[in-house]
Design a protein around this ligand. Structure first.
Ligand code: HEC
Ligand code: HEC
Length: 286
């Protein structure tokens, strides 16, 4: 969205909330990756959403045919290049302890299977909910004696993709009760709070208007089961916090920082709205 100037603001704000109903994508399509791996892209909403929706849908469903196609074959999926790069990083020694990820976690295909599906996750020792990115940086800093990676940077998103792809096809299953509950409540509060000059909440767009058009975009439910996501718009992998930042900015609000406790809470809540959808990473979006 372009920056508003002076008194054109009201007009732009009104235009921004004018949702249209012209949908172009094929909402009855199925997502099968490499011809044999079938993804759950529509399923019953988790119990905590039963008051507001019956069915949850992957964002893949709302994309144009040509974007959908790119995610159906790993040879066409530009996100897979970064998965290969991260495989090299997995094996590369770094930091003062002369260790690689593989030194402790061996074969990523075995040790990281199922991990993405349950993140963000409560970490008992640290006494906090951690995102996958936070856990990766914790290992870099405290296990390897290496520098932390930038939260939304290329090395981080690639490593997230490598770890996530090991859970592809498994249902998202983040825990929202027990010690994670207060963080989850905080994220829920954020999701329903109207922010910015446009006074829009995540729910205004992704719960009340999914399926509708907003400007040139077909609105999805804003799910994160496909993250990190390769975006054709910026030709790189983007993690959930980078996406949240963009959406908050679009409401013309001061955005939170990627990696902040606020965005961790929001990520836990948004992830839980997708409990039951397949982990799809790396997915492809416009
Ligand atoms: C010196 C050993 C060591 C190295 C090297 C190491 N880790 Fe870890 N990693 C651990 C330990 C120990 C845990 C469990 C920590 C905890 O639960 O607090 C862990 C946990 C994890 C988890 C969470 C798994 C789960 O089931 O929740 C991920 C993801 C992870 N590491 C990724 C990495 C990556 C990526 C690297 C390389 C950049 C790496 N680790 C390097 C020791 C290591
Ligand atoms: C003004 C409407 C609007 C608001 C408010 C908004 N978004 Fe979005 N969001 C969009 C549009 C448009 C897209 C791109 C099309 C799509 O995937 O829905 C998008 C995409 C996303 C995606 C990517 C989904 C995918 O499958 O790739 C996520 C995640 C997301 N939004 C989360 C949020 C969160 C969390 C909030 C609240 C902090 C929020 N959005 C607020 C309009 C909005």
């Amino acid at each position: 969205m372009t920056k508003p100037m002076g008194n054109t603001l009201t007009a732009i704000a009104l235009a921004a909330v004018a949702f249209g109903t012209v949908a172009t994508a094929d909402e009855s399509a199925d997502l099968v990756i490499n011809g044999d791996q079938e993804m759950t892209i529509r399923t019953a909403a988790p119990a905590h959403l039963s008051d507001v929706m019956d069915e949850i849908n992957s964002g893949w469903l709302y994309r144009k045919d040509e974007t959908q196609l790119l995610q159906m074959d790993d040879f066409d999926n530009p996100g897979m290049i970064f998965v290969d790069l991260a495989q090299d990083a997995w094996n590369a020694v770094d930091g003062s302890e002369d260790k690689s990820c593989a030194s402790c976690h061996d074969n990523v295909e075995e040790t990281m299977k199922g991990v993405r599906a349950v993140y963000p996750k409560w970490n008992e020792t640290a006494g906090e909910v951690r995102t996958l990115a936070h856990q990766i940086n914790d290992c870099r800093e405290n296990q390897m004696g290496a520098e932390k990676w930038k939260y939304t940077g290329g090395k981080m998103t690639a490593m997230e993709a490598l770890i996530s792809v090991q859970s592809r096809g498994m249902p998202v299953d983040v825990a929202i009760d027990g010690p994670a509950q207060s963080t989850w409540e905080q994220g829920k509060e954020m999701y329903y709070s109207r922010t910015g000059q446009l006074e829009l909440s995540c729910a205004n767009c992704h719960e009340e208007n999914y399926g509708n058009m907003i400007r040139a975009d077909h609105l999805s439910q804003g799910q994160i089961n496909g993250f990190p996501v390769y975006r054709l718009k910026n030709s790189k992998l983007n993690n959930a916090h980078a996406r949240f930042k963009g959406c908050v900015r679009d409401t013309r609000a001061e955005t939170y920082k990627p990696g902040s406790a606020d965005f961790v809470a929001l990520e836990l809540y948004v992830a839980s709205r997708g409990n039951g959808l397949s982990v799809e990473a790396p997915s492809v979006r416009n």
